[in-house]
Design a protein around this ligand. Structure first.
Ligand code: GAL
Length: 985
């Protein structure tokens, strides 16, 4: 998450940012094993000697604990026209206990790398040690709280902490490098190593070059030979000792509550700033805004999608191309879920991110917009050697337009004009003529009639000149190019614009050509032939297909129809010269003999059009034959009827629910002798507590979920008040009891992460025994954005407490979080999955536990007073194969009350719902966590913070989408059953 301090820092240094920093020469570690598979020059990367645009999307394997669903997401990324995926690895997840690595089961990275390879994507590996990512600790492990001194610099204690991790993950990365036949082409040490702090909290302008050297050395020692990159938080020239300097940018901001109107003007200085800092490497943006994060009590991701929707992609992504960006990674393309307490306090369970691929893996309109752009760039190799040569702004009268001209410095022929609204937040539509440079001299386009070039509000377009599409030389096009392919010697060119706009294309030709409108209205097409060119103008409607003699076929379509086209192989090598129209998603296409076998997803009756070589004699969709007819323009068309069978979804309200009290701790007879005794009298934490013993959960190994404290006292007599200072992270809550008497709660609010409370005691009798029990939330470890800071060590627990009236004698404090703390018991679901509630410590959230002796009660009936109860039920699902039906658990939220629910599905913690803070009310549970073919165990904790108690308003299983197709069989993630936990309490 971009913290406020980061934004402030950014503002302070943004102006200085363009001033190049001397690259720290002499520090660069010599890379071991020379490799020449991934190389670069000042324009772009090369893979196997071929110049490539690296267009990538970010996903976090740790946010998707179903191995078989990786391929689904990766195929969706591939189908965008992308060629890479970028990942973070979360150190704290895999080394929850210091020195003990968990790379098993859902934490095994190998299935992800294998799926990337199968999908045909390269991987950019970003293992940290620090990642940020709105994740618990920003990737740093909880036990780090006890490692003294500054983190993210060359502090020897910190070095000793991260080195085993980088060694462990580094070897996994090394094994999967392209040099070893794997998909990894690039590796990034650290993340946003851009702001630095002194131990006293003042800013330090200097990065720690020794830390950078140690990191590169560790990458080297692990056998990582692919190029290293950095991800500077702005073009500030930090961490330039990597092979290829890179940076990130979130140009549209995070103000989800004020979509579009809050858009800042797009920046125009990227290319120049990049060239100043790193003139000999490609302009590389390691993170570019794919959506937004959202805090507790935030606007919600549907609202963020309005901020970062298709319009944002049109304006700001094209603006990144205007800066000649030749490595572009979209953060996030698929966000996933903060299951198992993986979030930092700045976020909630969903990490949907309003990304192109939603948390439930459905495709948003933005996905299709990105696909148009990526497809174009992949067939425009001159873009890779083009640089901006001219930025023109027309601010005075007339349209407020910015035109960036890119010129191909190597080919010395092509130009790309990126034309955008200068103030894209404003609601202005513009129509004007554009002056362009072409091999035929300067032209003012459109040329025919009185037509104008239209640029609606919140839009941007790319106009090309002297653009070769195979054998066809395009002099210019004001219509945007989606793609082109040469199929059996015929050039098929796909062009698009918004409905109703006019667009023009001029093709160089010295012979008179027959213009034949084969589909669409011929009166929407006008043209002019000269001795050297044929210029055609279209009024763009749904679809017009025009043949220019027999060797050129133009499709001119509106944007929404353009979304329907898929190019299974965007390479220009013509290995698979096929374009398909139709379908929700095209996953794969391949010839088997003369049959073109297609796989993908459909929703509703689909008319496929197949533009393929004559060799294709038959077509199949997911193995079923599609009968096709020849169109007037020589392609094949066939209808496919989707079947999305009805399924029975159990009504959760009608199920038999069992429950227990999950706060036995507030009964007078409760025995906590097996709990951890809080007996530390000193802490390495910089914030020294005022308590007689340290009451910080991480000092005792508890880093997630609920934390419980029990202070045992003997009264002096007359104690009348209990005061405490407690911290749990944003939106946290707590409840306090004196023996079995409820004292009160802090119900929480979106922002406060700490609270000072005062609770009235009913005057204690001298020598009476009292236990103060506190149940608190742990909202996740804080991030640690600044190098050298120790923010992730922010304590969870009490920094101070006192009594009014009289001072009792402390006997001792006890605490618990998840059973075992860092020595957690559930290896399959990992250390973060569990919290400290009684039922969870006992393992009652797990499938297979026999709850028959529990009393019956539904969470819709709920709990009658303050406290916490735990509910269980089971239900069956029977969802057939061959479909993708994402399911969520949804809570009713009309009346907001102070209660909190944790959701456990087959033992996996898959959501935390806060009724009066929100915004999340719908929790997608992926197939594989939900058993789609058989029994499921659903368990809920219900913590009421109100005297009147709490009950769920409603709880439903909701099928969110229905498509036929899907990725194929999805194995359930391991969900080990309940076994007695002998050491539990
Ligand atoms: C970047 C950071 C990412 C993520 C992103 C916001 O600054 O590198 O890890 O936190 O901001 O979502």
């Amino acid at each position: 998450m971009v913290s406020f301090s980061k934004i402030a820092l950014f503002a302070a240094v943004a102006q200085a940012a363009v001033i190049p920093q001397e690259s720290p020469t002499g520090l660069k570690v010599k890379r071991s094993g020379d490799q020449d598979i991934v190389t670069w020059d000042k324009y772009s990367f090369f893979v196997n000697g071929e110049r490539v645009l690296i267009y990538s999307g970010e996903v976090h394997p740790f946010r998707n604990p179903v191995q078989d669903l990786h391929l689904d997401v990766l195929q969706k990324i591939k189908a965008l026209g992308f060629n890479a995926v970028s990942i973070y690895v979360h150190w704290g997840v895999v080394e929850y206990e210091r020195g003990k690595f968990n790379w098993d089961g859902v934490f095994n990275l190998q299935p992800f790398f294998d799926a990337a390879k199968a999908a045909g994507l390269w991987v950019i590996a970003r293992p940290g040690p620090y990642i940020n990512a709105e994740s618990a600790g920003g990737g740093l492990p909880g036990w780090g709280a006890r490692v003294e001194g500054q983190w993210r610099n060359s502090n020897a204690n910190y070095t000793a902490a991260w080195q085993p991790y980088i060694n462990s993950v580094g070897k996994i990365i090394a094994k999967n490098q392209i040099t070893n036949g794997g998909p990894i082409i690039i590796a990034q040490p650290e993340n946003e190593y851009s702001g630095f702090m002194n131990p006293d909290g003042t800013l330090n302008p200097q990065e720690d070059l020794e830390y950078e050297r140690l990191l590169l050395e560790a990458f080297d020692e692990a056998g990582i030979v692919v190029p290293t990159v950095s991800n500077d938080a702005w073009i500030g020239g930090h961490f330039t000792s990597v092979d290829v300097y890179g940076y990130d940018n979130y140009p549209a901001g995070f103000d989800c509550a004020n979509p579009i109107s809050s858009w800042p003007d797009p920046p125009d200085y990227f290319y120049a700033a990049h060239r100043d800092v790193a003139p000999n490497t490609p302009n590389s943006i390691l993170e570019y805004q794919g959506g937004a994060f959202d805090p507790w009590g935030g606007a919600g991701f549907e609202q963020c999608y309005k901020l970062i929707g298709p319009e944002m992609v049109r304006v700001y992504y094209k603006n990144a191309y205007a800066s000649a960006t030749h490595l572009l990674n979209i953060y996030m393309i698929f966000g996933g879920t903060n299951w198992g307490h993986l979030t930092n306090p700045g976020g909630y369970s969903s990490y949907d991110y309003a990304a192109a691929i939603a948390e439930d893996r459905t495709l948003r309109e933005k996905y299709y917009e990105i696909k148009l752009q990526a497809n174009f760039l992949m067939v425009s190799p001159a873009y890779l050697t083009s640089v901006p040569v001219n930025v023109q702004k027309f601010p005075t009268s007339g349209p407020n337009i910015t035109i960036t001209e890119l010129w191909d410095e190597v080919g010395e022929k092509q130009r790309f004009y990126i034309i955008r609204q200068s103030k894209p937040s404003e609601n202005t539509n513009s129509a004007f003529k554009v002056d362009i440079e072409t091999s035929a001299g300067q032209l003012t386009v459109p040329q025919l009639g009185n037509a104008a070039f239209s640029l609606p509000a919140h839009d941007s377009k790319i106009l090309v000149t002297d653009y070769p599409a195979g054998p066809v030389d395009i002099l210019y096009s004001t219509l945007e190019i989606l793609t082109w392919k040469v199929i059996d010697g015929k050039t098929v060119l796909l062009l698009y614009a918004n409905t109703g706009e006019s667009g023009e294309i001029s093709v160089l030709t010295n012979t008179a050509r027959k213009v034949d409108v084969r589909r669409g209205k011929s009166n929407t097409v006008t043209f002019k032939q000269t001795s050297s060119s044929l210029t055609l103008q279209f009024v763009v409607g749904h679809e017009t297909v025009v043949a220019l003699d027999d060797d050129i076929l133009l499709y001119v379509v509106d944007r929404v129809n353009a979304y329907n086209f898929w190019v299974p192989d965007v390479n220009l090598k013509d290995d698979l010269p096929v374009i398909i129209k139709g379908g929700y998603l095209l996953r794969t296409a391949k010839f088997s003999g003369n049959t073109l076998a297609l796989t993908g997803d459909t929703n509703g009756t689909t008319v496929f059009e197949v533009i393929a070589p004559k060799k294709a004699q038959a077509y199949t969709w997911n193995g079923k034959r599609i009968d096709t007819d020849l169109t007037r323009h020589g392609t094949q068309e066939g209808r496919y009827r989707t079947t999305t069978p009805r399924v029975d979804i159990p009504d959760l309200a009608r199920l038999k629910w069992k429950y227990i009290n999950t706060l036995p701790e507030v009964s007078n007879s409760y025995d906590d002798s097996n709990w951890v005794t809080a007996d530390h009298t000193s802490t390495t934490n910089k914030i020294k507590p005022l308590t007689p013993v340290v009451l910080y959960a991480s000092d005792y190994g508890f880093h997630s979920g609920n934390i419980l404290w029990r202070g045992h006292f003997t009264a002096a007599g007359g104690e009348s008040e209990f005061n405490l200072s407690i911290q749990g992270g944003n939106a946290f809550a707590y409840s306090v009891w004196d023996n079995d008497k409820y004292l009160g709660s802090f119900t929480g609010a979106p922002a406060p992460s700490a609270h000072n409370g005062t609770y009235t005691l009913s005057s204690w009798a001298k020598d009476s025994n009292h236990v103060i029990t506190i149940l608190q939330d742990h909202m996740g470890l804080e991030q640690n954005w600044f190098g050298g800071e120790e923010n992730f060590k922010s304590f969870r627990g009490l920094s101070d407490y006192s009594f009014g009236g009289a001072n009792p004698t402390l006997k001792h404090w006890k605490l618990t979080g998840n059973l075992g703390g860092e020595k957690f018991v559930d290896w399959a679901r990992g250390g973060y999955n569990e919290g400290g509630l009684f039922a969870i410590r006992k393992g009652y959230h797990l499938p297979g536990f026999d709850d028959s002796k529990w009393a019956s009660k539904s969470p819709l009936k709920g709990i009658s007073g303050p406290g916490a109860e735990f509910y269980r039920t089971t239900f069956n699902l029977n969802i057939p194969d061959g479909v993708d039906y994402p399911i969520s658990i949804d809570f009713g939220n009309k009346v907001k009350e102070s209660y909190r629910v944790e959701i456990y599905v087959n033992g996996w913690q898959f959501g935390k719902y806060i009724d009066d803070i929100g915004p999340q009310t719908s929790f997608p549970i992926p197939q594989g966590i939900l058993n789609y073919k058989g029994e499921n165990t659903l368990a809920l904790s219900l913590w009421s913070l109100e005297d009147g108690g709490a009950a769920l308003e409603s709880i439903d299983l909701v099928v969110r989408n229905k498509v036929e197709g899907g990725v194929g069989a999805v194995k359930n993630s391991p969900a080990p059953n309940y076994t007695v936990r002998p050491s539990s309490y």
